[in-house]
Design a protein around this ligand. Structure first.
Ligand code: ZN
Ligand code: FE
Length: 252
């Protein structure tokens, strides 16, 4: 497909990604709270980091930006309105903007709700979505700076319009607990049940330290099609139902 995505486990359950153009070896780092695991993976693969991307300003998605930017001489991207709160910020993006990673191209979706400057990077041809803390596998982010209407617009209008095969690279390994909640909300959803069984088995073999996690224990990526079938927030009928589910999940 032309875009190789490396999953780098960071902090206690974060995903940092390396999106690599296979034709050129140029790469972008997505959502890095720690520099060392990223630098180690880049050296192992022998790729060339040309951009540092953040989906939003939270420290667990951006704290390592200045160190990585200095190390690679790379610009740091995020939503234009987050210029003063994304560490190392140099380049502002807006809905519809396009950025290149080698020969690969992403377009930007503005999806505020978790934070007011949250964006997603959509590599449409390569079928890869980097959506931070807005859409999780079987879940969604908390509404820190937005309301249910904004999350509904982000999830059920913008992200739900993407094609089924697009792989969902989200910000955290939260899938197992999200699926337990999904099974509570939709007890008759057989796709939720079978995905829950699969993820419980996969997580049972997890390393004690998330930094040591191997691909075999990672439930991410899923796909837009899979989320359409299992995600109780993407499946909400309207903003009201999404809001009710989000409230319920906050204390589940
Ligand atoms: Zn966040
Ligand atoms: Fe986060």
């Amino acid at each position: 497909m032309g875009l190789q995505v490396e999953r780098i486990p960071t902090l206690s359950d974060n995903y940092t990604y390396l999106a690599i153009c296979e034709a050129t070896g140029k790469a972008a780092v997505v959502d890095a709270p720690e520099a060392e695991p990223v630098i180690r993976r880049v050296e192992k693969l022998g790729v060339e980091v040309e951009k540092v991307l953040s989906t939003h300003h939270h420290f667990d998605h951006s704290a390592a930006n200045p160190e990585l930017a200095a190390h690679y001489g790379a610009p740091v991207f995020g939503h234009a309105t987050d210029a003063d709160r994304i560490p190392g910020f140099t380049d502002g993006l807006e809905e519809g903007d396009r950025i290149q990673v080698g020969e690969q191209e992403a377009h930007i979706l503005f999806i505020p709700a978790h934070t007011r400057g949250h964006i997603a990077y959509v590599f449409e041809a390569a079928e890869a979505l980097f959506c931070g803390d807005t859409l999780f596998a079987a879940g969604c982010g908390r509404l820190f700076e937005g309301d249910p209407e904004m999350m509904y617009e982000a999830l059920c209008v913008k992200l739900a319009a993407l094609a089924d095969p697009i792989r969902v690279f989200c910000g955290h390994e939260y899938t197992e607990s999200n699926l337990r909640f999904a099974a509570h909300v939709e007890p008759d959803n057989r796709e939720v049940q079978s995905m829950l069984e699969r993820v419980v088995a996969l997580r049972a073999g997890a390393a004690a330290d998330w930094h040591d996690a191997t691909p075999a224990e990672m439930s991410v990526p899923t796909t837009i099609g899979q989320e359409r079938a299992t995600n109780p927030f993407l499946r909400a009928r309207d903003a009201r139902e999404l809001g009710e589910r989000r409230n319920l999940k906050d204390s589940f």
